[in-house]
Ligand binder design. Sequence first.
Ligand code: SAH
Length: 219
Amino acid sequence: MRRFEDTYRHKGLRKKLVEHLRQKGITDETVLEAINNLPRHYFLDSAFDEVAYEDRAFPIQVGQTISQPYTVAYQTQLLEVKPFEKVLEIGTGSAYQACVLAEMGAQVYTIERQKALFDQNKQFAFLKKFHNIKFFYGDGFEGLPTFGPFDKVIITAAAPFIPEKLIQQMKTGGKMVIPVGEGNVQRMLRLTKQADGSYTEEIFDNFSFVPMLEGKEGH
Ligand code: SAH
């Protein structure tokens, strides 16, 4: 069960979380503002109400997780999102990351391979206010060829390799933020697509994500 009440206490805890993220090196004020605006506890079972603003990942349904706030902030900062940009997200999960992007004014296209999570988000009334998020049930390795090309792509699961089809669906000059690696630890990469279709690569810190898996789950 979830509880949808944003009390002064929640707001206060959120401000502290934002200050913590600032101290950890997040400098993009638009990212911090989006996190400050979003009641993260709405995205979790009410059992997590006390801890929802700790800088930790938490379990959601079907063995998946809502990413740690620092990870969300870090990836979003690397993405350099500007209002009205088309952003493709792989791994909707709780939809928290999608809402951060939407708060920043992006046009968000988000794909989830777990039917149970996709269905839960369809029932999640808070998401109705985000007219700039489109939800898809599918395999993120395929992307959304009919909705591209995208300005930005963000992968929120551990990618075993860089999905070529997603590179194809990016605009020239577009950026992809992707954690790559198959073990317990992944390296955060930022790719920038060049005019000839190739990409340049920048390497950032290590993180730990649930795996990006091929195909869909559920029906
Ligand atoms: N962005 C999410 C993080 C969820 S964890 C949030 O803010 O909560 C990663 C999610 O990626 C999981 O829900 C998992 O089911 C999903 N996922 C893994 N492989 C995928 C794929 N190939 N296509 C789409 N979603 C995928």
